[in-house]
Design a protein around this ligand. Sequence first.
Ligand SMILES: [Zn+2]
Length: 207
Amino acid sequence: MLNKLHAPKPKPVKEPKKKPSKQRVLVRWSDGHYEVVYRAGLNMLHVDKLWPVGTKQISVHQALIDILDRLCSDFIRRRDGFQCVLCGSREQPQNGHVLVRGKWGTRWDLLNQHCQCSSCNIRHGKAQQAHYYYNWFMGRWGMGAWEYLCEKAESRRDNKSWTVLELQDLLEHYEALYEKLQGMASYDNYELVMSGFYGEKAKERYK
Ligand SMILES: [Zn+2]
């Protein structure tokens, strides 16, 4: 009995601690559609014809950022008729940001994005050449819009300043917009402004 009391206690078998897994999603493409499948929750998001067929795994946060980027790029080029707003060229139409994409407050602001040919887009990124696009923007939308953009640009410090929920809300907003405009070869910007896509103030700015 005594021996038994003094016998060393058997060490409890430790369960290996599971690392809290990052929330991941599986992004699948097929037939021009892709799905974002949440590992937790199985919420689904559908966006049409944006990415080529393929499969990869990324975080929910990053998936939403990628989707928003691609959705905006497609949307903006259609809105501007696949034509560079600066020089009128239709060569390699791209989505040109007035304030750089790294400004997270305005990364997906529709006012901050316009269709540019690749040459004008590259030129905008070069030192001392950005004023061409700035001048165009000022002439097109005015000082009030410029101030609005500059202020909004600083409202988010980095990508982490956006929560998954906020990104989801924004994506839903754009998806609705995208759906509404499905089937149109290009979007009438005047119609967009007047229907309030840029907010109420933009109606006054539109000339
Ligand atoms: Zn151009």
